[in-house]
Design a protein around this ligand. Structure first.
Ligand code: SF4
Length: 197
């Protein structure tokens, strides 16, 4: 099983105390659990403490905010290089937001942080299947979903959008001629013998 960087105990703890453990809340619990598991500094990510408090109060009212803050604020390790892309991913998502409210902002952060996981994006967001992720993205970031006309894998699609913004070319002029084709396209399913981490 691939390491997923998720603090499993914290994920379960949050979900059990969620106001509504639905498909918009699960990614938020996964985001906080991943931040804790990776010992990521929320301040370094630019996520204000007051906004975090509001998120906890609204979505996880049964959770002990003080203990959570301790879990999320314990000595962060050196900021990992891959996390440098999180703000860019958040900006990209918000450019396609249906509404720019705090819920959408947190979901953008949840998607961006899940991109650091090693599985399909829907798995790293702790959703039941790819269709649930597509529905969620379509609800909150509709114009981004409309752009994925080739049904590219979501994580690949998001990074490709970043590359296009920076005018960084893919390794091949056409996807069909690219040796990475299977990594970018095709079903985002999990073999039955492999569980979600
Ligand atoms: S298949 Fe190759 S060319 Fe197409 S998006 Fe993926 S990496 Fe880029």
């Amino acid at each position: 099983m691939a390491a997923c960087g998720l603090d499993e105990k914290l994920f379960t703890y949050l979900l059990e105390r969620a106001a509504a453990p639905d498909e918009a809340t699960r990614p938020l619990a996964a985001m906080l659990a991943r931040a804790a598991g990776m010992r990521l500094s929320l301040e370094r990510l630019g996520w204000p403490r007051a906004a975090l408090d509001r998120l906890l109060a609204r979505c996880f009212p049964g959770a002990a905010a003080a203990s959570l803050r301790t879990a999320l604020e314990h000595a962060p390790r050196e900021f990992p290089r891959e996390a440098e892309e999180i703000p860019d991913l958040v900006v990209l998502l918000l450019e396609h937001a249906a509404v720019r409210d705090e819920t959408t902002l947190w979901l953008a952060r949840a998607v961006a942080l899940a991109c650091l996981g090693e599985q399909h994006l829907w798995q790293d967001m702790r959703l039941p299947h790819r269709a649930a992720l597509t529905t969620l993205l379509g609800q909150y970031f509709p114009s981004l979903v409309r752009r994925n006309t080739q049904d590219m894998k979501w994580k690949r699609f998001l990074y490709k959008q970043l590359c296009e913004k920076e005018a960084i070319a893919c390794r091949a002029p056409q996807c069909t001629a690219c040796e990475d084709y299977r990594d970018c396209f095709g079903p985002e399913t999990v073999p039955e013998s492999v569980g979600v981490c």
